[in-house]
Write a new protein. Structure first.
Length: 136
């Protein structure tokens, strides 16, 4: 089983990935919670279609896809949330670094990958920056 850790260098538990998560509408948080709960039951995330190793400028990161439909005024809108993270710092752990809503193009990834890679370096230097997740 995978143990999730959350990047959060703050002392109050509201920084890092929690800042993004806490800013989401409750319905979005429910979708994130469901995906994380299911992934936590898996032995190997590499075999899950919603989990994908990234390449290029995002090399060294893995994305977790949280895709769902939201009904708005008789219309359905597709929501594509992405959580960037990496395997570690310890065996059978996965650290959630940052999250964002993906828009229609992949250019969205650039700033989030840069931020996630910096956070990853911080966790590798000091694993205390990746505490056990307090959600779901």
């Amino acid at each position: 089983m995978v143990s999730f850790r959350c990047y959060d260098p703050s002392s109050d538990g509201n920084g890092g990935i929690h800042s993004w998560y806490n800013s989401l509408p409750i319905s979005f948080r429910a979708e994130v919670d469901a995906v994380i709960e299911l992934l936590a039951l898996e032995n190997n995330l590499r075999e899950i279609p919603e989990v994908k190793a990234l390449r290029g400028a995002c090399e060294g990161l893995t994305e977790i896809k949280v895709d769902f439909a939201l009904k708005e005024k008789k219309k359905e809108r597709q929501i594509h949330l992405r959580i960037l993270g990496f395997d570690g710092p310890a065996k059978d752990e996965f650290t959630l670094l940052t999250g964002f809503e993906k828009v229609s193009h992949n250019a969205t990834y650039g700033p989030y990958c840069r931020s996630a890679l910096k956070r990853k370096c911080g966790v590798i230097r000091d694993a205390r920056k990746a505490k056990p997740c307090c959600f779901p």
